[in-house]
Design a protein around this ligand. Structure first.
Ligand code: NAP
Length: 293
């Protein structure tokens, strides 16, 4: 699992690690992380593709011949502008949220058990019908190498990276090797969740502005758009665990689960997220960027 050290993922980890007979390995940056007893921690910095490869190698070695039943790719970040770059020079939000997870899934899905589950955390912010600034077209190169940063570019990069998570989940779900092995692929949107550290890199002034926005404008919008009702990290984490452990599954033929007012719903993703052409273009561009076929 990625993204298990903070926010809603830390709550999900508590539930997952509490399952009897479950071995849990998480990827985390830094050292000295506090995790539930028995959880194994392997270094992983998603801002570096070399770190992702090292992590996948270390997991494979540690597993020996054992298979992964559930692969949860939950880590995510958001910046106030799109100016930071990953170790390989890609825009950081795109690199961490999408590219690193794309590579990790390409490396670890072959190590998964038949009838396993691959869960990728996305967001309803990918959808222009819910978030007007969400992308209406896809240009992977422009996401990897955006022009000048500035106001609004951080949230746009975030929303686009979450679209990439959904496109990638659908591409994996359509892979022959995944369908033959009956691996269930799910794109999980936890919904607007307060009290996590997602915006931690923003300046105090920006964080105060976002808090004000959430307490005023978002509350008004929430009166007629339930997707704007703010949930808790506890419930979002519990729902991620339910999805990961198989207690909640989308209806046949669907892969998108969106938590709305604490309840799992199965809406259509955005039109662009459903585009086979966009899925294929992102898959090919991402493969070239991470240096695999
Ligand atoms: N909060 C919301 O409203 C919301 C809404 C929709 C979707 N989501 C999605 O939900 C997921 C979890 O978000 P959250 O709100 O719980 O955020 P959070 O509290 O900031 O947690 C993010 C997690 O990702 C990890 N992470 C970030 N950058 C990393 C890196 N370079 N290498 C390794 N791990 C890294 C963090 O590790 P550290 O402990 O090292 O920081 C942390 O475990 C994300 O995918 C986010 O996009 C959140």
């Amino acid at each position: 699992m990625t993204g298990a050290t903070a926010g809603l993922g830390a709550h999900a980890l508590q539930h997952i690690a509490a399952q009897p007979g479950t071995r849990v390995i998480i990827g985390a940056r830094g050292s000295g992380r506090t995790v539930p007893p028995g959880v194994e921690v392997i270094p992983l910095d998603l801002a570096s593709l070399a770190s992702v490869s090292d992590f996948a190698d270390a997991v494979t070695r540690r597993l020996g011949g054992a298979r992964i039943d559930v692969l949860v790719l939950n880590a995510g970040m958001q910046t106030s502008n799109a100016e930071a770059r990953s170790a390989e020079g890609y825009e950081l939000t795109f690199a961490v949220n999408h590219l690193a997870h794309y590579l990790l899934a390409r490396l670890l899905v072959p190590r998964m058990a038949d009838q396993g589950r691959l869960v990728i955390t996305t967001s309803e912010t990918h959808d222009p019908a819910i978030t007007p600034i969400a992308p209406k077209t896809l240009d992977p190169r422009a996401l990897a190498f955006p022009g000048k940063g500035g106001f609004g570019t951080g949230i746009r990069a975030y929303s686009a990276s979450k679209l990439c998570n959904l496109l990638t989940a659908q591409s994996f779900a359509a892979l022959g090797s995944v369908t033959t092995r009956q691996i269930t692929v799910i794109a999980f949107s936890p919904g607007l969740t307060g009290g996590t550290s997602l915006g931690r890199d923003s300046s105090p002034a920006r964080r105060a502005f976002v808090t004000l926005l959430m307490r005023t404008v978002f509350r008004l919008i929430a009166l007629f758009r339930p997707e704007y009702v703010m949930g808790t990290p506890e419930r979002a984490g519990e729902a991620l665990a339910e999805v990961s452990l198989g207690a909640v599954t989308p209806p046949p033929g669907r892969i998108y689960i969106s938590l709305v007012k604490g309840e799992p719903k199965f809406p259509d993703p955005s039109e662009l997220a459903r585009s086979r052409d966009a899925q294929d273009r992102l898959w090919r561009a991402s493969a070239a960027m991470v240096g695999i076929d």
